[in-house]
Design a protein around this ligand. Structure first.
Ligand SMILES: [Ca+2]
Ligand SMILES: [Ca+2]
Length: 296
């Protein structure tokens, strides 16, 4: 029994075969996925999730009324932590050397200055005032970066940034970040938080880190590491995907993914750590593009 999905991909459209590396799932000429270490006969319809089922909130599950839980034992009183008194630092001693008293000689009145001949007034160039460190420079990633071969560090808060350039290492750090990196040889890390990370470029790494991240790689030789949390890994091109801990989803069906060039390369994705029964293959997913143009 193969249920049909409401998207443009149906389970019956998929071809599942066995290879030495694992199960091979193909969808037309667009997508070829290899699930390392998974036997083809392990793959069932239950391993697939239709995209609409993910994007639509599930019906709330009505729990039967459960008997009241026994009263928990009262918490022991918390012993307040006594802070040791803080000794104020001693006042610095102002060692001012005694200034010898200089007796000023009486000042004779200066002669009247000659009137200045009219001329071109000398204009002093304004002395530039260096900005105070950190002033006016928001912490974290700028909304637009047009540099290559940089190490760019985000803040602990949300960073929304588009980075145009190759060879960059981008650490978005904490917070729920949305970063699009357009360039080859990019290493993009989301750090903690639920991040949305896109690399449009080859020979690149995308690391979600902790949190429920959405990782997209469009290019060849792109490695996606979801890290801990329930991550969604997708993209076009030649990809390797590691979901890491958590219940991860691997989106198949490049023709429905709007990132990057819709006429771009066919997708060959190697899923290196598919956990049957926990991870799922997502069909018909369409991700809204990240728009950083309105971010402040
Ligand atoms: Ca983050
Ligand atoms: Ca993650």
């Amino acid at each position: 029994m193969s249920p049909d999905f409401e998207s443009d991909i149906r389970f019956a459209d998929l071809t599942i075969e066995q290879s030495e590396a694992g199960a091979v799932i193909s969808f037309g000429d667009d997508t070829l996925a290899v699930l390392n270490g998974i036997q083809a006969n392990q793959i069932t319809a239950e391993d697939f999730v239709e995209a609409d089922a993910v994007e639509t909130p599930a019906e709330p599950v009505v729990q039967p009324p459960s008997p009241p839980a026994p009263e928990p034992p009262p918490e022991p009183p918390v012993t307040p932590v006594v802070q040791p008194p803080v000794t104020p630092p001693a006042d610095p001693v102002n060692e001012t050397p005694d200034t010898p008293v200089v007796v000023e000689p009486p000042v004779s009145p200066a002669p009247d200055p000659m009137p200045e001949p009219p001329g071109v007034p000398v204009v002093q160039p304004p002395v530039p005032v260096p900005p105070a460190p950190g002033a006016g420079e928001p912490a974290g990633l700028p909304s637009i970066v047009n540099d290559s071969n940089q190490v760019l560090n985000g803040s602990d808060g949300p960073d929304d940034s588009t980075v145009n350039g190759s060879g960059n290492t981008i650490n978005a750090a904490g917070g729920d970040d949305a970063v699009v990196a357009n360039g080859n040889e990019t290493t993009l890390g989301g750090g903690d938080g639920n991040d949305r990370l896109v690399v449009n470029g080859s020979n690149s790494n995308v690391n979600g880190g902790a949190g429920n991240d959405t990782l997209t790689g469009n290019g060849n030789n792109v490695l996606l590491n979801g890290g801990s949390g329930d991550d969604l890994l997708t993209g076009t091109g030649n990809l390797r995907a590691n979901g890491g801990d958590g219940a991860d989803q691997f989106a198949l069906g490049s023709t429905t993914i709007t990132f990057g060039d819709p006429t771009g390369p066919d997708t060959f994705i190697t899923i290196e750590d598919f956990e049957d029964g926990q991870d799922t293959l997502l069909l018909g997913q369409t991700l809204a593009p990240i728009d950083n143009s309105t971010s402040s």
